[in-house]
Design a protein around this ligand. Structure first.
Ligand code: HDD
Length: 696
């Protein structure tokens, strides 16, 4: 079986397999007729005594639970974390206890704003929540694919979410920040500017959950067995490369396949292509932190990798899909309060609110205080305490003692002392106060750092996203206020966005701090998607090969074999599904059609040789749109022989086409072109063709 680990055994006890079994009621009574209500006569009234009907309908009536207030839409998988080395110098946390140690995990990825049935490719942050089932209890690292957050204090979280969710009077828009209330709020909250830059960049529209970074966001503490502590930030780096969609593509995908990310994760794992991430830690001391120009307790700030480099500590592999979406993905409950000995909190005031919020929300969502007993949430480490009763209690606690101290149960369960969880004894002796530390007042330096670290194309996409979102805002004063805030990030960005809105660049918004400390780093390549090392091959890349009767068969067969060898997923896409006969009389079966799977769903395109096929494709109403999207989205296209004609018809200028990623070849030259094609697909996209550059 794919991906067995310690959670497989513990979940086994609740797995149900109905093959070869009789249909029964929930009381185990075999059901004779599952088609008809019990009635007084064939045309008579239904009888109240029909317990079979009533049990079935009653259960159905209660099949839904409240969706998560945020991160309602998500997908999850099982896997494991493997430590590269013992990290005992810094932490006594169980997953880092020794080299090669394996800890089972369950990971849920999500969008934030959309409801449970909303589209996957909305512009949004993505949740990246990891539950480690460690020997010393469950540790939940509940992060995002963006290393910073919109707000500094949990007090503002309900305001932020009320602003971004559909507007309360008419319930629109769904899974979108492009509306007045969101921009009203963030334009009045300059601390959100840094995160806005990330969400408006292509990071807000990932290509796949498998191709996103993950971040713990807050500063946490590591504590070793001598009680010594250092600060740390958690980073997940995908081995599949970090890749994004472009906006036009994301919008189109959301219509053709709202499950795009869910499907991608599921299919990769089903096919044995297990996604993998490396965990890196930024480890630093409190003394170092005091000297930084920003406050490490401020979740709107990151620590540039140039200032504190990453220490790779292990890898995470996701190798098993859930058996049941509701039982596992929907019922999993992540809580930032779930930490284990060796990990502790910092005083980040956003984190403090989260420590309360997650446990609290599960009590409503999962119907009571016993949600930790739901199999997916249950710890693999044994649980013994004096908590009792409550809705849906499963445990059969034996004996008459449910208190401590006791003598009647020999003092058990007894507290662990220093070997259990002990909070780091941080010295705190200050006045009770509502307020913020001085460095929290600087709101723009890292937004500027982020913008200045992007390539020209990425900067153009950020400007386009601001333009799009603000163009959906109806109140001009909100647009203007946001522009005045952007002036503090970059005059060029503000000018670009203003021009797109037909507005003048306003004066800069007054800042809360006049004399900020100088930043340590002015450009950080790690912040640019395009600057990240991206040579990850073409495993799992989805390649469309257009097919029609009369195609040149031999060239496609050799290409197919080479691509499958390299781990790509090849789809034969025809004007309809079914068989097509090639020039040799051999058939190729289309598993997709241009109608059910438009071109923007794929990573690369192959246009076949064969004049009969080309002529027929030219006459199909879908072909031109199918091809054009690959070009527009800067993806790799290979046109073989006569197939090059179709590119011309689609308006792709072949004279100019020294263009990166547009490959032209004869069917006789397959040996030469295949490696070039594979390299071009591995590059993900060819930004030098981006239309945004035309105006630069
Ligand atoms: Fe949150 C869910 C991530 C701030 C309150 N959050 C939730 C999930 C993720 C995050 C990934 C989904 C977990 C899952 O898949 O089930 N949240 C973050 C990050 C934050 C953050 C990275 C900032 C650094 N969240 C945040 C604050 C609060 C919450 C400040 C409240 C004070 N978050 C919640 C919640 C949710 C949640 C209401 C909804 C469903 C759930 O918890 O289980 O409690």
């Amino acid at each position: 079986m794919l991906g067995t680990n310690a959670t497989t055994a513990s979940l086994e006890r609740v797995r149900v397999d109905a093959s070869e079994q009789l249909l029964t009621t929930n009381q185990g009574v075999a059901i004779g007729d599952n088609q008809n209500t019990l009635k007084a006569g064939l045309r008579g009234p239904s009888l109240l005594e029909d317990f079979i009907l009533r049990e079935k309908i009653t259960h159905f009536d209660h099949e839904r639970i409240p969706e998560r207030i945020v991160h309602a839409r998500g997908s999850a998988a099982h896997g494991y974390f493997e430590a590269y080395d013992a990290m005992t110098q810094y932490t006594r946390a169980a997953p880092f206890a020794e080299k090669g140690k394996i800890t089972p995990v369950f990971v849920r990825f999500s969008t934030v704003a959309g409801e449970r049935g909303s589209k996957d490719t909305a512009r949004d942050a993505r949740g990246f929540a990891v539950k480690f089932y460690t020997d010393e209890g469950n540790w939940d690292l509940v992060g995002n694919n963006i290393p910073v957050f919109f707000i500094q204090d949990a007090m503002k979280f309900p305001d932020l979410i009320h602003a971004v969710k559909p507007e309360p009077h008419h319930g629109m828009p769904q899974a979108a920040s492009a509306h007045d209330t969101f921009w009203d709020f963030v334009s009045l909250m300059p601390e959100s500017t840094h995160m806005l830059m990330w969400v408006m960049s292509d990071r807000g529209i990932p290509r796949s959950y498998r191709m996103m970074q993950g971040f713990g966001v807050h500063t946490f503490r590591l504590v070793n067995d001598q009680g010594q502590s250092v600060f740390c930030k958690f980073h997940w780096k995908p081995l599949q490369g970090t890749h994004s969609l472009v906006w036009d593509e994301a919008v189109k995908i959301s219509g053709a396949d709202p499950d795009f990310h869910r499907r991608d994760l599921w299919e990769a794992i089903e096919s044995g292509e297990f996604p993998e991430w490396e965990l890196g830690l930024q480890i630093f001391t409190e003394e170092q932190a005091e000297k930084f120009s920003f406050d490490v307790l401020d979740a709107t700030k990151l620590i540039p990798e140039e200032l504190v480099p990453l220490t790779p500590v292990g890898r995470m592999v996701l190798n098993r899909n859930p058996d049941n979406f509701f039982a596992e993905t929907e019922q999993v409950a992540f809580c930032t309060a779930h930490i284990i000995p060796g990990i502790d909190f910092s005083n980040d005031p956003l984190l403090a609110g989260r420590i309360h919020s997650y446990v609290d929300t599960q009590i409503t969502r999962l119907g009571g205080a016993n949600f930790h007993e739901i199999p997916i949430n249950a710890s693999l480490a044994p649980v013994h305490n004096n908590q009792r009763d409550g809705m849906h209690r499963q445990a059969l606690n034996r004996g008459r003692v449910a208190y401590e101290p006791n003598s009647l149960a020999g003092g058990c369960p007894f507290q662990a002392g220093a070997s259990g969880f002990v909070s780091f004894p941080e010295i705190t002796a200050e006045d009770k106060v509502r307020g913020k530390p001085a460095k929290f007042a600087e709101h723009y330096a890292q937004a500027t750092l982020f913008f200045n670290s992007q390539s020209v194309v990425e900067q153009a996409h950020i400007a386009a996203a601001f333009r799009f979102e603000l163009s959906k805002v109806g109140v001009p004063a909100i647009r203007e206020r946001m522009l005045s805030s952007l002036v503090n990030v970059s005059q060029a960005l503000a000018a670009d966005v203003a021009a797109g809105l037909g507005m003048e660049v306003p004066d800069a918004m007054p800042t809360a701090i006049v004399d900020p400390l100088p930043s340590e780093v002015s450009v950080s390549p790690a912040l640019s998607l395009l600057a990240l090392p991206g040579e990850c091959g073409i495993r799992t890349r989805q390649i469309a090969v257009l097919v029609e009767s009369g195609l040149h068969h031999a060239s496609l067969v050799s290409l197919y074999e080479a691509l499958v060898d390299a781990g790509a997923v090849v789809h034969f896409v025809g004007p309809r599904v079914g068989m097509f006969v090639g020039d040799t009389g051999a058939g190729i079966e289309a598993n997709k059609s241009m109608e059910n799977s438009p071109g923007f769903l794929f990573d690369a395109l192959v246009v076949p040789d064969g004049s009969g096929a080309v002529q027929a494709l030219a006459g199909n109403e879908h072909t031109m749109a199918f091809i054009k999207d690959f070009f527009k989205h800067c993806k790799t296209v290979l046109a073989l022989g006569a197939g090059q004609e179709l590119l011309k018809m689609a308006g792709i200028d072949l004279v100019r086409d020294k263009d990166e990623g547009i490959l032209l070849a004869d069917s006789a030259d397959m040996a030469e072109v295949i490696p070039t094609f594979i390299k071009a697909v591995a590059a993900h996209r060819h930004p030098s063709r981006d239309s945004a550059l035309a105006s630069k």
